[in-house]
Design a protein around this ligand. Structure first.
Ligand code: NAP
Length: 439
């Protein structure tokens, strides 16, 4: 395994792997923030990467190769990335004695923008997910997942080409805050007693209790990010997904507070569904439609009226459900990227885990990680490089190059377009070659 990895790393000149201790970056400078969400990106930029566990390193280096091809093709020598390794996960434990060493957190705080390949969460032992911890340390409040169909990908839909979604999932609140107690705990007994005595609410004595906080602050900052994204990227619709008919003061409030941001801060750019009558039922040119849908209805409409959805804004739990449903429409986990964004930093990652049984086998699909770097470039404003990555991946698929996970899902009919089934590195190299020579 390590020989295979060393060979891959040797092909990439602009990485700075960890070598015993954290040294100054050999070239380039860090991204800085001049205000919340206001990045200043140098032309020679240092971007962090966490190799990850299991198949993580394989997809991380594969994606970096593609990103390098895109930067070179888009900017020649005028822009360059130094990929700086930061240790987190089992490699960090082996070398620095902890899965999330303080030194690594300090380095990430300087770098602010980084790629994280999947990290394992060992089962049992009360071990906390590193992914969740990293999101909390950097207050990365928005989990953003684009889900786009590339021609050739296997899909259960009749018209998969209508899938082009960007999901904004709130990342810090809702039931994910983990405020809950088992039915037989003293805490649950106290809460039941308080509710009975103070609020005249009766809950069965054998009920576990959880709390679902959704705040105006938490809702409005992600609503702002989603609407800003929609405006900057000329999207058509922003749909607020909620279960406000039942949970009026959490999910219902999420809807109301999100509409408030649309009306108060994006008035010139948006039209609300209730206002459409004034425009003959049609969205005026150049405006973004803002509407809302109840979650259960929306999950089924995503299958039956896919093309009506575009940018989706959801609280944490709904966002979790809808992201995975959407990924399943276009080829599954191997092609699903994400980025966690906060006001002072961001972390790009594939949605999938470490797929440990494939470690060292050069089998897994690197597309999710390649597209995670596409997102990273888009969010730091390197749009030309981002566009090249999307076009490169799209072209590789349309020319018939796939990885095994996708080929395996295809029907006999779909398989007719397959020219070659490639390994992790070969697929990435094919995309890089397409970017360099065909785009
Ligand atoms: P997983 O690693 O995502 O893998 C589940 C299955 O999904 C794989 O066995 C494989 O399916 C398929 N798969 C995932 N990524 C793929 C890729 N790039 N290309 C092709 N197929 C891919 O989920 P898991 O087995 O539940 O979790 C394993 C470890 O990862 C756990 O320690 C978990 O905590 C961690 N995890 C980390 C993250 C993260 O870092 N963000 C996310 C999820 C899980 P087949 O077996 O059908 O081929």
């Amino acid at each position: 395994m390590s020989d295979y990895l060393e060979k891959i790393k040797a092909q990439i000149p602009n990485i700075q792997p960890f070598a015993g201790k954290y040294a100054e970056p050999v070239e380039g400078s860090y991204i800085t923030y001049t205000g919340p969400g206001q990045l200043k990106v140098p032309d020679k930029v240092v971007i962090g990467y966490i190799e990850g566990d299991g198949t993580g390193p394989e997809v991380a280096y594969a994606a970096i190769k593609v990103a390098n091809a895109a930067v070179e093709r888009a900017y020649g020598k005028s822009r360059r990335v130094l990929w700086y390794e930061v240790l987190v996960g089992s490699k960090a434990e082996k070398i620095l004695g902890s899965r999330l060493p303080d030194q690594s957190v300090e380095v990430l705080k300087k770098i602010r923008v980084f790629l994280k390949a999947p990290l394992e969460t060992p089962v049992g032992g009360g071990f906390r997910s590193l992914n969740v911890t990293l999101r909390q340390i950097f207050d990365l409040y928005a989990n953003i997942r684009p889900v786009k169909y590339f021609p050739g990908l296997p899909s259960p839909l009749k018209r998969p080409e209508s899938v082009d979604l960007v999901i904004f999932r709130e990342n810090t609140e809702d039931v994910y805050m983990g405020i809950e107690w088992p039915w037989n705990s003293p805490e649950a007994a106290k809460v039941r007693e308080f509710l009975r005595r103070e609020l005249k609410v009766d809950i069965r004595d054998d009920a576990g209790i959880g709390i679902k906080p959704i705040s105006k602050f938490g809702t409005q900052r992600i609503a702002r990010l989603a609407l800003k994204f929609a405006v900057e990227n000329k999207r058509r619709v922003v749909t607020i997904m909620h279960k406000g008919n039942i949970q009026k003061y959490t999910e219902g409030a999420f809807r109301d507070w999100a509409y408030e941001v649309a009306k108060n801060e994006f008035r010139d750019h948006v039209v609300l569904e209730e206002e459409l009558a004034q425009y003959g039922g049609k969205v005026p040119p150049g405006k973004i439609l803002v509407n809302d849908r109840i979650a259960d209805n929306m999950l089924q409409q995503l299958l039956t009226r896919t093309g009506e959805y575009d940018v989706i804004l959801a609280p944490n739990l709904n966002g979790d459900y809808v992201s995975d449903e959407a990924a399943g429409l276009v080829g599954g986990l191997g092609v699903a990227p994400g980025i966690d964004v906060g006001d002072w930093g961001m972390m790009a990652e594939p949605v999938h885990g470490t797929a440990p049984k494939y470690t060292g086998k050069n089998y897994v699909n690197p597309t999710a990680t390649i597209l995670a770097l596409e997102l990273l470039f888009r969010f730091i404003g390197w749009r030309e490089a981002a566009d090249l990555i999307t076009r490169g991946v799209s072209k590789a698929y349309s020319e018939g190059y796939f990885t095994g996970d996708l080929a395996r899902q295809m029907t006999d009919e779909e398989r007719k377009v397959v020219k070659e089934v490639l390994g992790t590195q070969e697929f990435a190299e094919k995309v890089a070659e397409i970017i360099k020579t065909e785009l």
